[in-house]
Design a protein around this ligand. Structure first.
Ligand code: AMP
Length: 288
């Protein structure tokens, strides 16, 4: 597996692969890889001749009071995982390689970026869209893999690709969970043992929401209230948001009569966790 720290080294390899007519799959990550990331890399491995994993804690998607400095990192372990799955190249640039001192160009998707996580993280999705654009251009990937875990991100990247005519296919991948239902996340390592146990409340609450949808409930506010009440029954949990939005425009809905995303963001102690489910045609879907 090739380890590339420089953009030029990635481009050299991409040029060679393109010359040979090989397809390229890209998995953008911030590292500290777990089985959630591994599932994306495996899917990319199945569907492409060459697989690039980017491993970059992107500073411009963090707000000033967020966890950029403390975000967990273990590049050696990431390399071992990528190699074991058969990735061809891991791209691990320094921030100055991606953003020169006089960097001034940003990409953003209006409206879709404003609700849900965008409310408390106003610059986040512009940072995501900008780094993803750079990665698409550097890797010239045919396909890029994103997890439903970050459903708003997936919807925004899909819209950006459509709106701006990027020549890339976006592949959504299902949420990988711990045995007790907690969605896997690099940030789970911030949780104390007690918080880790209490964090299962997100999945438990969403399961109840899913059940209501499956049983035919179409009143979105009723489902939101039930899910919120379950989460708030846990004293350590503080709700940032619990919302049902339509899965295309990410706008709040009162009645479920099309594809919807039910998304939650909850502080367990000081750790902010997100989780969600998506319903299409009254079916809770595993793949998006
Ligand atoms: P991150 O390193 O957190 O930026 O995540 C990189 C990619 O992995 C994103 O597309 C995430 O949605 C995806 N991802 C993270 N956690 C999971 C999970 N538990 N299941 C599936 N995909 C995930």
């Amino acid at each position: 597996m090739i380890i590339a720290k420089e953009i030029s080294k990635v481009k050299e390899n991409v040029r060679e692969w393109k010359k040979q007519g090989l397809s390229i799959g890209l998995v953008p990550t911030m590292g500290y890889l777990h089985e959630g990331h591994a599932s994306l890399i495996k899917k990319a491995r199945e569907e492409n001749d060459r697989v690039i994993v980017s491993d970059f804690v992107n500073p411009i998607q963090f707000g000033p009071k967020e966890d950029l400095a403390t975000y967990p990192r273990d590049f050696d372990a990431d390399c071992r995982l990528c190699e074991s799955i058969g990735a061809d190249l891991i791209f691990n640039p320094e921030p100055c390689e991606m953003y020169e001192d006089d960097f001034h160009s940003y990409v953003g998707v209006n409206t879709l970026s404003e609700g849900l996580c965008g409310k408390s993280r106003p610059i986040h999705f512009n940072g995501v869209c900008t780094v993803v654009t750079k990665l698409f251009n550097i890797t010239e990937a045919d396909r890029a893999y994103f997890g439903q875990k970050d459903a708003q991100q997936l919807a925004i990247v899909r819209r950006m690709v459509r709106d701006l005519n990027y020549n890339i296919q976006i592949v959504g991948c299902p949420i990988i969970r711990e045995a007790d239902g907690l969605a896997k996340s690099s940030r789970n390592t911030y949780l104390s043992e007690n918080e880790r146990q209490k964090a299962t409340i997100l999945h438990k609450a969403l399961e109840q929401g899913e059940k209501m949808v499956r049983d035919g409930e179409t009143d979105a506010n009723k489902i939101v209230k039930t899910v919120r009440d379950i989460i708030e029954s846990e004293p350590l949990a503080k709700v940032d948001y619990v919302e049902i939005v339509d899965w295309n425009e990410l706008q709040k809905v009162d009645k479920i009569d099309g594809p919807i995303l039910m998304a939650v963001a909850v502080y367990i102690g000081k750790v902010r966790l997100i989780d969600n489910f998506i319903v299409e045609n009254s079916i809770v879907i595993e793949m998006v």
